[in-house]
Structure formats: structure tokens, C-alpha cells
Design a protein around this ligand. Structure first.
Ligand code: TYD
Length: 206
């Protein structure tokens, strides 16, 4: 199966609590300082399908793992190809698009409870130009989630995240060969991580 690359599309991935959101913001600021037009988005998205996903994560709606996998995939289709806000058009119009999560999250999370071939089949989407994986041990992520407080979401449990962690590691080994991958140690100082990411991205996007 040959899936294409979406130029100027940068994806951040990692476990819940790995520190993605701060790094997404810092990379955006870095690229804007260099005069680039940058848009940031996330999955689940803020659109109607993403909202349904969040309702499941917050235990407001109960459904099956397979239905949830399909919801994540529909949300992704909408994120990419929506006629007004789709990232495919934005990247074609000169924007660098940074997404907090993409199909690697489906490979990692949904494959815990759903057949991994099925998850891959429903996620036949273009690969990003750059994938940045923020690597933080499960225990550290969990203690960060605990410190945030509030209700635990569906996937924020140790045994589950340990499986997700393994799935992520195997997904990273099997990325589209045209995607440039950076695995960064997310236990370092925030500004050190940001520098490493900026250096990597500058080499590719310039
Ligand atoms: P996220 O918004 O990154 O977490 P947070 O609410 O902490 O900011 O993602 C929400 C949850 O959805 C997270 O546990 C990961 C999970 N997820 C999947 O299981 N599959 C997917 O395809 C995506 C995009 C996220």
C-alpha cells in the first residue's frame, strides 16, 4: 500500500501527559519568528465528530472500541479534507500545519482493543512530512496526569498506557520511509526539548 506524504504537515505524538501541547506551541512560535505562516490543530478535533469522541473519553457516551476507532478515523478524514478548514488545503496554500496527534495515535491506542490490521485499514491517510515523538516513560506520564487533577479519561490507566507505549514504538519503526522522524527524550528540560525539535524541523523546512 503506497500512501502519499503531505508536505508542510508536522505531527506530534506521545502518551497522555508527555508534554506535547507545550512543544506544539513552542514550535509554532519558533516558526512564526522565522516568518512562516503556521496553523495548529489537534485530534480529536474541535469539530462535531471530535466532540463525539471527547464525550466517549469523558464517559458521557458509551460505545464499542470498534465504533470509537471509526469515530477517530472519521474525525481525521474531516480534519484533513473539510472544505473550509481542512489541513490538506491549508498546507497547499502555504501554511505549515502542526497537529497534536494523528493516525499513529489510532495505531497505538485503538490497536489495544481492536484488530490492528482493521485499525490500519480505516486509517489509510497521507503521512506527514515530519513526525515528532515525545518519549516519556509511562510512570512519569501518569504522575503528570495525576498532578493535573480532575476526572481520569478513558485511556489514562497504567496497564493500558503500557500497551500503547509498545504500540507507539512499533508504529515508529514502520513509518512511511518518506516521513522524517524525530524521537525526543521528553524528560529533559522544556527549552532543551524545544531546541532539539526546532533544529530538526529547520533542517527540513528551512
Ligand atoms: P488528547 O487530546 O491528546 O489528550 P488530552 O485530552 O490529554 O489533551 O487526546 C485525547 C485522548 O484520545 C488520548 O487519550 C489519546 C486518545 N486518542 C486515541 O485513542 N486515538 C486517536 O486516534 C487519537 C487522535 C487520540
Amino acid at each position: 500500500m503506497k500512501s502519499s506524504i503531505l508536505k508542510n504537515f508536522i505531527v506530534f505524538e506521545g502518551l497522555d501527559g508527555c508534554g506535547k501541547s507545550s512543544q506544539v506551541r513552542l514550535l509554532k512560535e519558533h516558526l512564526e519568528r522565522k516568518g512562516k505562516k503556521v496553523e495548529v490543530s489537534c485530534e480529536p478535533t474541535d469539530g462535531p465528530i471530535g466532540k463525539m469522541v471527547r464525550d466517549v473519553l469523558q464517559h458521557k457516551v458509551i460505545t464499542t472500541p470498534k465504533a470509537l476507532a471509526l469515530l477517530y478515523a472519521s474525525d481525521r478524514e474531516d480534519h484533513l479534507f473539510h472544505e473550509d478548514v481542512g489541513i490538506k488545503d491549508k498546507t497547499a496554500n502555504g501554511y505549515i500545519e502542526i497537529s497534536d496527534r494523528y493516525f499513529y495515535s489510532s495505531y497505538a491506542y485503538q490497536s489495544v482493543n481492536v484488530d490492528s490490521n482493521y485499525v490500519k485499514e480505516i486509517n489509510n491517510f497521507p503521512s506527514p512530512e515530519i513526525l515528532i515523538y515525545i518519549d516519556v516513560p509511562v510512570d512519569v506520564c501518569l504522575s503528570r496526569i495525576d498532578k493535573r487533577g480532575g476526572e481520569k479519561e478513558l485511556f489514562e490507566k497504567k496497564e493500558f498506557l503500557e500497551k500503547v507505549d509498545l504500540n507507539f514504538k512499533s508504529a515508529i519503526k514502520n513509518v512511511n520511509p518518506e516521513t522524517k522522524v524525530l524521537v525526543v527524550n521528553g524528560e529533559q528540560d522544556i527549552s532543551k526539548i524545544a531546541k532539539e525539535i526546532a533544529f530538526f524541523v529547520d533542517k527540513i523546512i528551512g
